[in-house]
Write a protein that binds this ligand. Structure first.
Ligand code: BG6
Length: 487
C-alpha cells in the first residue's frame, strides 16, 4: 500500500542537557575547573539583551586570585551530580528512549593534559549510564559541550593550540574504552560553529592572547584543530566500540532573504554556506571550495599538517545532529529593524514570526526547511538534539505550572518534523533541550527555563532545588507514548 507514515517505531524521543548546566559539584571528587566555571551571572538590567559568555585573560586571573565577587551559576548547576537517580527516574516516567548528556572533560582529566584519568570522574558517568540502562534509556553523549578544562586555556590557549588535539583524543579514547558496553551514540563537539561567535565558549580560546590576528583568523584555526580531533575520535570510536555511531553537532541558523532582490538571495545563500561549512567538513571530509574566497578576503590562512586532509577524508561522521531554536532573516537593504540582537549580529525582524522573551524568532516551518536541506545536502541520518522554548514560568499558588506556551512551541515543531519525515528525511530522533530546568548557556540565568520538570532555584541561586512536574510533563509523556501521533 502506498502510504506515507510518520515516525517509525525506533524513533528516539528524549531530552538533552550539558554537564556544566546541570551537574554542579564543580570542584568535587577531583574535578578540575572548566571554562564554563568562570562565566559570571550578570543580571539582565546590566547586560541588556547581550549574551554573557565571553571573558578575558585578565578576568580569569583575577577570579583565580580571589579579586572578584561574582557568582558563577554553572559551578552549581541544578545538582544533577547528586540527584541524577531522581532525575533519571523522572525521564523514565516521561518515557525517554534517549537522554543526551555531556561528559565534563575536566572531571576525567582535571587539567586536560594529565598523564592519568581521574577514576572518580569516570565512576560518576559509569553510574549515570548504568542508571539509564536500568530504564532502557539510550545515552547520547557529547564529548565537548563548552567545557574545556581551564588549565588547557591557561597553558595552551585552548583549541588554538594544535597540542590540544592529542589531549582530546586521549580523553576520547579513555571514555570510549571505559563505556564501550554502555554508550553507542556519541557527538564530538557541541555547536562547533559557536567558535566563530565566541572562541572562549567554543574552545577555551582567549583572543586577547593572540596579538595581530582577528577573531576570525584565530577561531577558524581553532576549529580546524577540532575538525581533525573529531575525525580521529570518530575513527577511535569505530575501532573501540563496534556498531557505534558518531555525529557532529551544529547550531543551525536557517537564514532567509528578507526580499526577493537577488542581492538578498545571495546574502542569505552565503550566510547559509558559512553556517553549513562546519557540517560540510564533518560530513564530506573536506573543506568546501566556497570557503577559499572567504578565507582569502579575510586573510585567513589555516595552518595544516600534511596528514590533516587525509584524516578528514577518511573518517567523516555517521550522522548529522543539530540544535534548532529559530530562523534568521538577512537583507542588503538597511531599513530593517535589528531584533535578534542577542544572538546574531545583522539579523533582522521577520514580520511573519513571533519572538521569545529573549528575542529568538520562533519558526516551526523553518525546522522542516532545515531538515529537508540537510537531507538533500548530505543524505546522512539526522538527529535533532536540541529544540525548545526558553521562557519565564509562573508557579501558581497550588504549586502547578501551566506552561501552555511551551507545549505550543514543541507541538508546532514536532508537527513540522513529522512533515519532514513524510517528505523522506531520515531522522533518528529528537531530544528536547533542557527537559529539566537548567542554567542558561548564554545568560547564566535560571529563569530562562526549558523544562518539563521545574527546579526550584532563582537567578541568584536561592531555592530548595526540589523537582516538580509542569503541565508539559504529562503532555510530552503522551507524545512519546503515542510516537508523536497525539500532539
Ligand atoms: C544551545 C546550547 O546553544 O542552546 C545549549 O548547546 C544552550 O548549551 C541552548 O543551553 C539554549 O541556549 P540558552 O542560552 O537559552 O541556554
Amino acid at each position: 500500500k502506498n502510504e506515507i507514515t510518520g515516525f517509525d517505531s525506533h524513533f528516539l524521543w528524549g531530552g538533552a542537557t550539558a554537564a556544566n548546566q546541570v551537574e554542579g559539584a564543580f570542584d568535587k571528587d577531583g574535578k578540575g575547573l572548566s571554562t564554563a566555571d568562570m562565566v559570571p551571572y550578570i543580571p539582565k538590567s546590566k547586560r541588556g539583551m547581550n549574551m554573557a559568555m565571553d571573558v578575558t585573560s585578565e578576568y580569569i586571573e583575577d577570579v583565580l586570585a580571589g579579586k572578584r565577587e561574582d557568582r558563577f551559576p554553572k559551578r552549581d548547576g541544578v545538582d544533577f551530580y547528586h540527584r541524577y537517580k531522581e532525575d533519571i527516574a523522572l525521564f523514565a516516567e516521561l518515557g525517554f528512549k534517549v537522554f543526551r548528556l555531556s561528559i565534563n572533560w575536566a572531571r576525567i582529566f582535571p587539567n586536560g593534559d594529565d598523564a592519568k584519568p581521574n577514576e572518580k570522574g569516570l565512576q560518576f558517568y559509569e553510574n549515570v549510564f548504568k542508571e539509564l540502562k536500568k530504564y532502557k534509556i539510550e545515552p547520547l553523549v557529547t564529548l565537548s559541550h563548552y567545557e574545556t578544562p581551564l588549565a588547557l586555556t591557561r597553558k595552551y590557549n585552548g583549541w588554538y593550540s594544535r597540542d590540544v588535539i592529542g589531549f582530546f583524543t586521549r580523553y576520547a579514547e579513555t571514555v570510549f574504552t571505559r563505556y564501550k558496553d554502555l554508550v553507542k551514540y556519541w557527538l564530538t563537539f557541541n555547536e562547533i560553529n559557536v567558535m566563530t561567535h565566541s572562541p572562549y565558549t567554543g574552545g577555551g580560546v582567549l583572543i586577547d592572547r593572540v596579538p595581530n590576528k582577528t577573531s576570525d583568523q584565530i577561531a577558524y584555526q581553532a576549529v580546524h584543530h577540532q575538525f581533525v580531533a573529531s575525525a580521529i575520535a570518530t575513527k577511535l570510536a569505530h575501532e573501540i566500540i563496534p556498531g557505534s555511531q558518531v555525529g557532529c553537532m551544529l547550531a543551525r541558523m536557517q537564514t532567509y532573504p528578507v526580499t526577493n532582490h537577488p542581492d538578498d538571495i545571495l546574502k542569505a545563500q552565503r550566510d547559509n554556506d558559512l553556517n553549513l561549512f562546519f557540517t560540510d567538513v564533518h560530513a564530506k571530509g573536506e573543506y568546501p571550495s566556497y570557503m577559499n574566497r572567504f578565507f582569502a578576503e579575510n586573510e585567513i590562512v589555516i595552518e595544516k599538517e600534511a596528514e590533516d586532509d587525509t584524516i578528514l577524508k577518511q573518517y567523516p561522521v555517521d550522522f548529522i545532529s543539530f540544535s534548532y531554536y529559530m530562523s534568521i532573516s538577512v537583507t542588503t537593504h538597511g531599513d530593517h529593524e535589528d531584533t535578534v540582537g542577542n544572538l546574531v549580529k545583522g539579523a533582522v525582524k521577520n514580520q511573519y514570526l513571533e519572538s521569545s522573551d529573549w528575542g529568538w524568532q520562533i519558526d516551526p516551518k523553518g525546522l522542516r526547511v532545515t531538515l529537508r536541506d540537510f537531507h538533500n545536502r548530505y543524505g546522512k541520518p539526522l538527529f535533532i538534539v536540541e529544540n525548545g522554548l526558553g521562557a519565564y514560568d509562573t508557579v501558581e499558588t497550588d504549586g502547578t505550572i501551566k506552561d501552555t506556551y511551551r507545549m505550543d512551541y514543541l507541538k508546532q515543531h514536532i508537527e513540522q518534523m513529522k512533515e519532514a519525515v513524510k517528505d523522506g528525511v531520515n531522522l533518528l530522533g529528537y531530544t528536547a533541550w533542557g527537559p529539566i530546568d537548567l542554567i542558561s548557556m548564554s545568560t547564566s540565568e535560571m529563569s530562562k527555563r526549558y523544562g518539563f520538570i521545574y527546579v526550584d532555584q532563582d537567578d541568584e541561586g536561592n531555592g530548595t532545588l526540589n523537582r516538580s512536574k509542569k503541565a508539559s510533563f504529562a503532555w510530552y509523556k503522551n507524545v512519546i507514548a503515542t510516537n508523536g501521533e497525539e500532539l
